[in-house]
Design a protein around this ligand. Structure first.
Ligand code: SF4
Length: 756
């Protein structure tokens, strides 16, 4: 495509998913005319998926709110910023003054993890709100992995498969051909899998469906949903029983290794085969191949977290990596070292305070806290249940819990009854339609970008910063300013006199002081004023990002390491800076457990194991169980308003095996009625032998046609919300994470479709 004269080029990291691909944007007359992969990006090398090419459409989406909206007489009306904050002050503060700070809840959504301002300012906002009722999308996603990693290693440091060097990859509950990976930042994940195969390695995919990834794998293992922990325990059993376990590379840094043979004694392949639906000999072979491969990695993702034994399955992924000799080893499961610093690179190398959970329990059902939050499973009951501490108001940041969390109908009704709702969000969606005030952030192309969280889970150490492609519109507030003004208001300050630059200076000072106080930091003992004098004049979250980079593991240490990283250096390298392949031997320096060891069998895991053992005796005879799925053109609930991504055949279908369809009289394209404990949906059937008998699948994030939603494309899309079926009482007991997979359901032809 020949571009017109006057076209300018901008480079930007895609913020839509964890892959973080580099994009090259062509812009003419302040319109995006083309987006393609940035072939010079140090990490993605030109890869782009269909979603990444639509950032221009997202920027121009007419449904993206360009100014604050308040609800008057049931209708949203645009207002200016001062008026919006005045309405919040008049509506929210009296609720908090009368009922206390716990009368508010806060919910943080997934897009916030892809944006600098929420990553930096959420903490202050939460503190200013002062509530114990904190929720996020993490407990409907990766919380089990965060917990299992933190228990083993002392901080949320998640080993990632060394995709580019491994000889053998065993994947469970992951479909990177559709999602491009998660808790494993790897642009062009599919290409990296194909490279394993091209160099003679093997890719094995464990999934109840022949997913896009399973179809390309060398081996597909069609597991019964919710039994990954059983399978992995049996693999551990075989490794130990057959003398194939060799954790010698990290053994001296492990506590509890000797307890593992007894722990897995009852999980023989013969015992778990009928539960997993996988022949015992196949399980033995999976274990033997892992042990025999020169290097191997086990990678478990969302399917292993969002299930009944999510934390045990997540823990077992690392146990099998450890037993097979592949933890912290090239080609195995390795630890990234993010440039902005993470808990495993701060403080004293080799030990720390470790990780604690359950420091508080939720008011109504006693669900335990983890990482400062309660599970979304208890959000509705905290709103519905009267008494001291009842939640009466809600603040959301980039979140749509009505669509994204279980038993949507119950949460929808609970939020509708709240006294005040304020949402930092660009859309009027299923959740924000209940808002009293919506504060819309700028579009991704109007924001700078650095993947503060996700580069800590990357398969290669890189750093990549993007400047905004477009300026803010006249009168528009940056996302950081919105958050700081709301924070100030909640702290009792007058929102209209907030000096956001002064607040950032306070944050910068605190961050520098903390680094200078750490004897292991590259600015240990330095004078804060001297460090401050060396700061470039970056503003907002970029200023704090600069401090993180400079005091991080590759940082310039404010002159201590002149060749080190600074934000200015990243700006001068718009295709990113490659910091090298992952290093083996990070253990024990990256451990932050009090013992200074890898806690192989931490107490909470030990206490949860009897639950798994009891399930060995269970009948496992549900008629149907429901699992989710994802498509490469979809991104949870937040990209369905982009018309080019929704073209083509209906993707929100019920996948069902031909034998099951025949048994219940369901025909291709016919309407099925799917019912769980909490709800019923009617959805078109897609009969396919690419799904295990007894399992049905519906993708998540659809069904956006609720009254009041103003998403002109998404509401017109034929689909249902699978969270009408998912059950807030069906959780992983240890983490409180929702079990989205393996939900018992009944399936029948919809009444008008019954054959006569
Ligand atoms: S894979 Fe993810 S980061 Fe890459 S272009 Fe697609 S949506 Fe963007």
């Amino acid at each position: 495509m020949q571009l017109d004269p006057g076209t300018r080029t901008a480079h930007r990291t895609c913020p839509l998913c964890e892959a973080g691909c580099g994009l090259e944007l062509s812009i003419k007359d302040e319109k995006v005319v083309r987006i393609r992969g940035d072939k010079d990006d140090v990490f993605s090398r030109g890869f782009v998926c269909p979603k990444g090419t639509t950032l221009g459409h997202l920027h121009d989406d007419p449904d993206w709110l360009r100014q604050p909206h308040v609800k008057r007489d049931g209708t949203f009306v645009p207002v200016d910023w001062d008026e919006a904050f005045a309405v919040i002050e008049a509506g929210l503060m009296p609720v908090l003054e009368e009922h206390g700070r716990d009368a508010a809840a806060i919910y943080l959504g997934n897009p916030g993890a892809h944006s600098i301002a929420p990553m930096i300012y959420n903490r202050g906002l939460i503190k200013a709100l002062g509530t114990r009722n904190r929720f996020s999308a993490s407990t409907v996603d990766q919380r089990p992995k965060e917990i299992s990693s933190a228990l083993m290693f002392g901080s949320v440091t998640v080993p990632v498969p060394d995709l580019d060097r491994t000889d053998h990859l065993l994947m469970l509950g992951a479909n990177p051909y559709a999602s491009n990976g998660s808790l494993c930042t790897a642009p062009d994940f599919p290409g990296r899998l194909e490279a394993i195969q091209a160099r003679g390695g093997k890719v094995v995919c464990v999934d109840p469906r022949v997913s896009e990834t399973a179809a390309k794998a060398d081996q597909h293992v069609a597991i019964r949903p919710g039994t990954d922990a059983h399978l992995l325990a049996a693999i551990a059993h075989v490794l130990l029983e057959e003398g194939l376990a060799d954790p010698s590379n990290v053994a001296e840094h492990c506590a509890g290794l000797d307890d593992l043979p007894e722990t897995f004694a009852s999980y023989s392949p013969d015992a778990v085969a009928p539960i997993c639906g996988i022949p015992a000999d196949d399980i033995r072979e999976l274990a033997r191949e892992l042990a025999a491969a020169p290097t191997a990695a086990v990678y478990g993702r969302i399917g292993t977290c969002t299930q009944e034994f999510g934390t045990l399955a997540s823990w077992l992924v690392d146990i099998v990596n450890l037993l097979s000799g592949n933890l912290d080893r090239i080609g195995g499961a390795m630890f990234a070292k993010g440039a902005t610093g993470q808990p495993s690179t701060k403080g004293t190398p080799g030990s720390g305070r470790g990780f604690a959970m359950g420091r508080a329990v939720s008011r109504v059902s006693g669900s335990p806290e983890s990482l400062g939050e309660f599970s979304v499973s208890v959000m509705a009951e905290e709103m519905e249940t009267t008494g001291e501490g009842q939640v009466r108001a809600l603040v959301t940041v980039a979140g749509n819990p009505v669509s994204s969390t279980p038993n949507s109908a119950r949460l929808d009704a609970a939020i509708a009854d709240l006294e005040f709702v304020v949402c930092i969000d660009p859309y009027i969606n299923e959740t924000t339609r209940h808002a009293d005030v919506i504060l819309p952030p700028p579009t991704p192309l109007q924001k700078s970008h650095y993947d503060l969280a996700l580069l800590n889970f990357a398969v290669r150490n890189v750093a990549n910063y993007s400047e905004p492609v477009f300026p803010l519109d006249e009168g528009q507030l940056s996302e950081g300013e919105i958050m700081l003004r709301l924070t100030a208001l909640l702290s009792g300050e007058s929102f209209d006199h907030v000096d956001t630059a002064a607040l950032d200076e306070l944050g910068t000072h605190a961050m520098l002081a903390s680094a200078a106080k750490d004897p292991n930091s590259n600015v240990a003992g330095r004078d804060i004023d001297e460090l401050t004098a060396q700061m470039s004049d970056h503003e907002g979250p970029d200023r704090l990002l600069d401090v993180m980079l400079r005091t991080g593991p590759y940082g310039d240490g404010f002159g201590a390491n002149p060749d080190g990283l600074t934000l200015d250096k990243l700006i001068a390298n718009p295709h990113g800076i490659d910091l090298g392949a992952l290093e083996e031997g990070r253990v024990p320096a990256n451990l932050r457990t009090p013992s200074g060891k890898i806690e192989v069998l931490p107490d909470p895991i030990r206490a949860d194991l009897p639950r798994l053992a009891a399930s060995l005796e269970r009948a496992w005879d549900d008629d149907f169980v429901l699992v989710g799925r994802r498509h490469v053109r979809s991104n949870n609930s937040w990209m369905h308003n982009i018309r080019v991504l929704t073209k083509g055949r209906n993707r929100c279908t019920l996948q069902i095996h031909p034998d099951d369809a025949k048994r219940i009289g369901l025909v291709e394209g016919g309407a099925a009625e799917v019912t769980s404990r909490v709800g019923t949906v009617r959805v078109d059937a897609e009969i396919t032998d690419g799904i295990r008998p007894g399992v049905v699948s519906i993708p998540h994030g659809f069904g956006q046609d609720m009254p009041g939603v103003q998403l002109s494309v998404a509401t017109a899309y034929k689909g249902v919300n699978t969270n009408v079926l998912t059950d807030e009482t069906f959780v992983d007991a240890l983490s409180g994470n929702i079990a989205l997979n393996g939900v018992p359901v009944s399936v029948t032809p919809a009444p008008s479709e019954v054959a006569v």
